[in-house]
Write a protein that binds this ligand. Structure first.
Ligand code: ACO
Length: 311
């Protein structure tokens, strides 16, 4: 079985943190509403000179250094994002250039909203199996502030900017189980024909979708791998809303401590939320080599994906 091993992680956040009180400058909202409905206390927004690219480069450098892998050894680079600076070149091309990676490797963006990082992990593994090196650099990066309508209280308080990165090794003796899916009926739309429309989201539909998708994804992964949830050390879900994670914990009937949560500090950073959470877990020494991990992403599209592997 060609599994994956996690060799190193990194993250990058913009300099500017905005707490919930700061959001009252833009819309009629309150710290109390935001905290009780979502669990969010603050988010980071990019300032002058900071973009999805600069954050991605910083997070990727950190991940490479911690993995102890030279840049010439990276066989493919995938960047999950919905908020890159340009249609062309891809954010992945900009990261490739800034890091000075080998020219003879596949490098591309993956657009699957908040499930993007896991779609990118799945793609990176497939590329490595197809012969594109033994190590992959996978980044999730977002400048969500770029896409928000700061006059729409239904969306602007929910999102934040940030990036996370991970270096994976293809491991012939490793574990890897995945599920991916799509229900192409949107519920969230950004851009429009001229990329000029800000984000609009049917929050309640996404909420209902998420609370059924997370437990379903976890159960599908366990069934596929012939494992029980007791054999899993960590579940790292996309960090959108504390109530979504709490509802998933109740449905699965597992100890809440198994589910990592950091959305209070970052809000929803879309494709970046899972690698940022991974990096925090690794940095705190709570995700150790050999531990079994489930990751679940869900988001606009609607898309979802789950991966189970060992760190
Ligand atoms: N401050 C104060 N009041 C607000 C705010 C705000 N920021 N936002 C909405 N309200 C109001 C609404 O106008 C509404 O008022 P009304 O009853 O007078 O009309 C009231 O609060 C209740 O609104 P609901 O939509 O019912 O609130 P709900 O409890 O459903 O929470 C939320 C809304 C937080 C958006 C929730 O539905 C949610 O988290 N949905 C999931 C979003 C998500 O997970 N997205 C992830 C994917 S994102 C991606 O892929 C890019």
């Amino acid at each position: 079985m060609n599994g994956l091993r996690l060799l190193g992680t990194g993250r990058a956040l913009p300099k500017q943190a905005l707490d919930n009180d700061a959001m009252t400058r833009f819309v009629d909202t309150s710290d109390e509403w935001i905290q009780t409905r979502t669990g969010i206390r603050q988010r980071y927004f990019c300032t002058e000179g900071e973009t999805a690219t600069t954050l991605a480069v910083e997070a990727a450098r950190m991940a490479l250094e911690r993995a102890g892998i030279g840049k010439s050894e990276i066989g493919c680079l995938l960047v999950a994002t919905s908020s890159g600076e340009y249609v062309m070149p891809s954010t992945a091309c900009l990261v490739h250039s800034a890091l000075g990676l080998d020219p003879d490797i596949p490098v591309m963006d993956v657009g699957a909203a908040c499930a993007g990082f896991l779609y990118a992990v799945e793609t990176a593994r497939a590329l490595m199996i197809a012969g594109h090196g033994r190590y992959a650099l996978v980044v999730g990066t977002e400048q969500m502030s770029h896409l928000l309508d700061m006059a729409d209280r239904n969306t602007c308080v929910l999102f934040g900017d940030g990036a996370g990165a991970a270096v994976f090794a293809l491991d012939p003796d490793g574990e890897y189980t995945s599920v991916c899916g799509t229900r192409g009926d949107m519920a969230i739309r950004v851009g429009g024909p001229r990329r000029a429309q800000p984000m609009a989201m049917d929050g309640q539909s996404v909420f209902r979708f998420a609370v059924s998708t997370i437990p379903q994804c976890v159960e599908q992964l366990l069934l596929k791998a012939g494992r029980a949830l007791e054999e899993v050390d960590w579940v790292v879900c996309h960090q959108a809303n504390q109530r979504i994670i709490d509802a998933s914990v109740r449905r699965l009937g597992v100890p809440a401590e198994k589910f990592y949560k950091n959305l209070d500090r970052y809000a929803n950073t879309s494709a970046a939320s899972i690698p940022i959470a991974l990096d925090e877990l690794c940095e705190q020494g709570r995700l150790k080599a050999g531990m079994r991990l489930i990751m679940v992403g869900f988001g606009g599209g609607l898309t979802w994906a789950g991966v189970m592997m060992r760190a």
